[in-house]
Design a protein around this ligand. Structure first.
Ligand code: SIN
Ligand code: CO
Length: 383
């Protein structure tokens, strides 16, 4: 279990989040690495895992994408191995990510883990995302500069760096220390000894990414087929003119789409998309009857939360009262409002079984909610 020591989280959000970088010493006391470099290398051999090795030898940078069957040609000079979404594969890595639960779940992206040899790093660069970088085993020097323009360079394929910056932070991090870097602040981490680093990354879509997602959603669901019409058309001086009122009408067609309930549903599906579930084939998940769920529970089977399960909740107005709607891996589930706190507790449980059921006041409702969690593809029976 990981406990994040940020004494006043609201103070952190007000003063630092998206505003200023910050080093937090001993953010995790007695930090234990959730994996070692050998397990990390094992992940980097897998086809479905996104990994790369960045190295610098005699001033020449290389960026080699995984998967790797042989590491020797790439681990040359000063190097780092970086692996994305380690939280999807290693339960303890997921627990480390979950310790940042003071940031809304929909903003969380993934846990990227890097292993660097002494002097290794990815070079000075700027990211567009907020990141908390936790120091694991070993130590690393971190420099962070001010958020202003810096000249970009690309010293190797798909490796974006900047020419340099004046540091406003220059510190060596030890195990359990953490550095928070908001988007736009240039930074550079250079390993002092061989070391492991854990980057908790956040997502923030651009307008165009949202638009792309919305178009895909509309197409898959065959939405928004209302066509422009102008029965009130009158003669005009120039046949080439498009009138402001006509542009306004077209804008309104857009506004209607965005203000429709479909947009809220799109947002929910967009932010609960997982690697395993195709956005629009989510309905194909295996369906368990309530009886089957109860039988499995009674026979001692435990239900585990998939490591990449994504959950978001939206408060919606239904029949004149607010109700919490829950989305799990692009599936919508509803429970009665009096069972919302039970659902919330279950959503926070990585394992649900006969034993944990005892902690819940109403066994029948527990079974029903569990069936919904399983049929939404978020939890699975560990048979
Ligand atoms: C790392 O090398 O572990 C972090 C890379 C970064 O600065 O984003
Ligand atoms: Co970075």
């Amino acid at each position: 279990m990981y406990k994040l020591n940020i004494p006043n989280k609201q103070h952190f959000l007000t003063e630092y989040w998206q505003k200023k970088p910050l080093v937090i010493r001993k953010a995790f006391s007695d930090f234990v690495d959730p994996l070692d470099e050998h397990e990390l290398a094992g992940l980097a051999q897998e086809e479905e895992v996104d990994s790369r090795i960045i190295s610098k030898k005699q001033g020449k940078w290389s960026n080699s994408p995984g998967p790797f069957s042989d590491f020797t040609p790439y681990c040359i000079g000063d190097w780092s191995l970086l692996v994305q979404s380690v939280d999807h594969y290693i339960p303890d890595a997921k627990m480390l990510l979950d310790s940042f639960d003071f940031i809304p779940n929909w903003r969380v992206d993934d846990l990227m883990v890097s292993y660097s040899e002494a002097n290794g790093g990815v070079g000075p660069h700027v990211d567009q995302y907020d990141v908390f970088i936790i120091q694991g085993r070993g130590s690393r020097r971190w420099q962070v500069g001010a958020n202003k323009h810096h000249d970009s360079i690309q010293p190797a394929k798909n490796l974006k760096q900047i020419t340099g910056f004046d540091p406003i932070i220059d510190e060596v991090l030890e195990p359990g220390d953490l550095i928070y870097i908001p988007p736009g602040f240039p930074h550079n981490g250079v390993a002092i000894t061989s070391c492991l680093n854990y980057s908790v990354g956040f997502r923030a879509p651009t307008q165009r990414e949202l638009l792309d997602g919305f178009v895909d959603y509309a197409q898959a669901k065959n939405l928004f087929n209302l066509r422009y019409s102008d029965p009130d058309l009158t003669l005009r001086d120039s046949r080439f003119e498009i009138k402001p009122s006509e542009i306004e009408k077209l804008k309104n067609m857009f506004n209607q789409m965005i203000n429709s309930v479909h947009f809220d549903d799109f947002i929910a599906t967009y932010f609960t998309e997982t690697k395993d579930v195709d956005m629009y084939e989510a309905d194909l998940t295996e369906n368990y009857s309530l009886n089957e769920i109860v039988n499995l529970l009674d026979s001692g089977v435990s239900f585990e939360r998939k490591l990449d399960t994504k959950v978001i909740q939206q408060k919606v107005r239904l029949n004149n009262k607010y109700q919490m709607v829950t989305w799990i891996n692009q599936h919508r589930i509803n429970v009665e409002s009096e069972h919302e706190s039970m659902l919330f507790k279950m959503l926070n449980s990585s394992v649900l079984d006969k034993q944990t059921k005892i902690n819940y006041a109403d066994g029948l409702i527990f079974n029903q909610i569990l069936a919904k969690l399983v049929n939404a593809g978020g939890w699975f029976p560990d048979i």
